[in-house]
Every structure is written in C-alpha cells, then in structure tokens.
Design a protein around this ligand. Structure first.
Ligand SMILES: C=CC1=C(C)c2cc3[nH]c(cc4nc(cc5[nH]c(cc1n2)c(C)c5CCC(=O)O)C(CCC(=O)O)=C4C)c(C)c3C=C
Ligand SMILES: [Fe+2]
Ligand SMILES: [Fe+2]
Length: 341
C-alpha cells in the first residue's frame, strides 16, 4: 500500500488499514524559515527545555533572551540559508532536517502498511505535542514514538519521553535507542561502502557524532558509550583496522567542557599526521541537517583543506530516506509493536 502526504507532513495510509496505531518518527526540530526571527523562535523553544540546558531560570533566561538569541539568531539564520532546500516540481523544499525526516517517514510508511507513520519535531513544526492531540482526535489509540536518535541521551531522547508521558488518552511506548541494531548498523556500513565504491576509497574514516556536555556523561548519560559502540560496530562491519578510523564529537555549544576529542581538533591532528583525505560519516544523525551539511561538509571541510595544505574532507551523507534505512527503522518499529501486544 502506498501513502499520501498531507500538507502537515502527516502520512495517511490510503486504504482502510486499522489506523488505531501510529508510529511517530520524532526528530529534534528546525526553524520554519532561514530568517533570524524564525531561528530565534525555534532556539527559544529548544533552549528553554531543562533537558537541554539545566541552568536555573533566573540565570539562564536573561542570558538567553538578551545575549544568545539576539546574537545567534541572525548568525545561524545565515547558515540555514546556505543549506535551505528549494521546492522542486512535485516536492516542497525547506530545512533539510524537516524535508528528509518527512521523506523518511513516507518511506517507512511504505514498509508498514498496517499502521500510520507520521513525522514530528520535538521543537517547532510539525509539533510533536500538537500531533499527539490530533491523532487522538482522529481515533488513534496507541502511539509508538521512534526518536530519530540512534544513541540515547537525556538531552534528546528523554525529552521526547517527557512529552509522551503527558499524552492523555493515548497508550504510548517509545524506542529508547537503536545504536547496535543489526539492520541499522548494516545500513550505515552499506552507505559508506557504496560511497567509497563510487568515489574511491578515501583512506581514513572519521565518525563524527554530535557532542554533549561531559557533565551529563558523568551523571550517567549513556550517550558516549553508545556512540563508541556504534562506531566500533560499523567499523567492524566494514572490516576496518583500529588505525583506519577515529571517533570525534562536533557542534560544541557554550563554555563548559564537552565530550572530547572534538571533530575540529581531530581533523587538525589527522592533517598533522600527513593524512590528505578523510572520509567523514555522521552516524548519530538519522538525516542531514545544519550540523552535517554546514558544519561538517562546508566549515570543517574548509578547515581541513587549510590544515592539510590542499587535502580534502569527503562528507558521506546520512542515511536520509534510503530504502535500507526505512527498512531498518520499520523492522525496529514492527518488533516493538509485536512486543506490545
Ligand atoms: C546545550 C546545548 C545542546 C545540546 C546538549 C545538544 C545535544 C544534541 N543535539 C543533537 C542533534 C541536533 N542538534 C542540532 C542543532 C543544535 N543543537 C544545539 C545545542 C545543543 N544540542 C543548538 C543550539 C542547535 C541549533 C543550531 C545552532 O544554533 O547552532 C541539530 C540540527 C537542527 C537543524 O535544524 O538542522 C541536530 C540534529 C543531538 C543528537 C544531541 C545530543 C546527543
Ligand atoms: Fe525565558
Ligand atoms: Fe544539538
């Protein structure tokens, strides 16, 4: 069965399959437009979540409203403008994170004809909280949330659980992580193999994950351990020796200590060792977004070329809506739904 896409980004099964169950793919969120105003609105919602920034309100709110949002709004809007996708003949454009998440949900819908598969954002649109209410109004009784974070973190996955816990009138369940799921590991490994088959083997492989304050890891957040396990499993599936790959963390925010090594320092160190080509994969991101397309593929690529006197960083795209990705996520959801009966 195929699925149609409503303007809201919600996929609706075409025939009369039992629609009392929905699988919601939840991603982080992104601005509605590449403008300072839209970026400020999105960042304000995101950075008010105590799961993301846990400073006390009286300290954080003045900093956020009078310093961070006014400065970061225009600066980050400019970055979004550099990656914003244009509308094409039959598909709307937008922020890559939103566009690819929507397409991924449509691809998963094709794999799971018996349930509704919907895309949502924890912050911004299509809003997860509002979507749950709407699904309930449309007769949905059970919601399985699949946060698009392969590795669990209190700063991301747990904030999806916070919303689910307050979803009155719905039976809910959530996939906590899938960092060692065999189908997902193989899909990531296959995308790297494919990239290297098409472009030539680039030599060293760098796995760049989104960073996290070290403080959260010290408090028990399993994120770093899961990133390490994912990277080792993908490298194993590719048959790489330990000397052929490295793990690092990108997208640092604020002044406290974040996970190390940073992707920027790691690339400088690789250049210092005489490495001229680095392939970078970002297996912590289900779909491409600002942090992969602008930070890695543009800014860090430029930085590496400088450090290596003309060498190149080759960015390997996220799984996005590749069929292997959709199949892996559909299988994870299917198993969870069966265990729920
Ligand atoms: C304290 C700040 C942040 C924490 C903690 C954090 C964790 C975290 N984030 C992701 C995934 C994504 N983050 C993205 C953007 C983004 N992240 C932060 C800050 C923290 N992230 C900011 C301020 C931003 C916005 C951009 C900017 O102002 O620099 C995105 C991309 C969104 C997009 O629109 O493309 C993703 C995806 C993970 C997985 C994670 C913890 C493990
Ligand atoms: Fe505030
Ligand atoms: Fe982030």
């Amino acid at each position: 069965m195929n699925a149609t896409s409503a303007p809201s980004g919600v996929s609706i099964p075409r025939d009369d399959a039992p629609a009392d169950t929905a699988v919601v793919l939840v991603n982080l969120g992104t601005p509605d437009a590449p403008t300072a105003k839209a970026v400020r609105r999105y960042l304000a919602e995101f950075l008010h979540d105590h799961r993301v920034v846990s400073l006390t309100r009286w300290l954080w709110c003045p900093l956020l409203h009078f310093l961070i949002l006014p400065i970061r709004g225009p600066k980050v809007a400019h970055k979004y403008a550099s990656i914003w996708l244009a509308d094409d003949a039959d598909r709307p454009g937008g922020s890559p994170l939103a566009v690819y998440t929507r397409r991924l949900a449509q691809a998963v819908q094709r794999e799971l004809p018996g349930v509704r598969v919907v895309d949502a954002m924890r912050y911004g649109n299509p809003n997860f909280r509002a979507l749950l209410q709407r699904l309930r109004g449309e007769g949905v009784r059970r919601v399985l949330a699949l946060p698009l974070y392969p590795q669990y973190s209190t700063s991301t996955t747990a904030s999806v659980a916070d919303v689910l816990e307050r979803a009155d009138g719905l039976a809910t369940r959530m996939v906590g992580d899938y960092h060692l799921d065999a189908g997902w590991i193989e899909a990531v490994a296959m995308s790297i193999r494919d990239y290297r088959a098409r472009h030539g083997d680039g030599g060293h492989l760098l796995f760049s994950f989104h960073g996290l304050p070290q403080r959260l890891v010290d408090q028990g957040d399993p994120y770093a351990a899961q990133c390490e396990a994912s990277a080792a499993a993908i490298a194993g599936a590719l048959g790489l020796e330990p000397s052929q790959w490295t793990l690092s963390y990108q997208s640092r925010f604020g002044r406290e200590r974040w996970l190390e090594p940073s992707t920027s320092d790691t690339l400088a160190a690789l250049a210092g060792r005489g490495i001229r080509t680095v392939d970078v994969a970002a297996p912590g991101f289900a779909v491409d977004c600002l942090e992969t397309l602008e930070e890695v593929a543009m800014m860090l690529a430029e930085e590496f070329t400088e450090h290596s006197a003309g060498g190149s960083l080759r960015y390997i795209p996220c799984l996005n809506d590749l069929p292997d990705h959709a199949r892996a996520l559909a299988a994870i959801a299917q198993r969870e739904l069966e265990a729920w009966r």
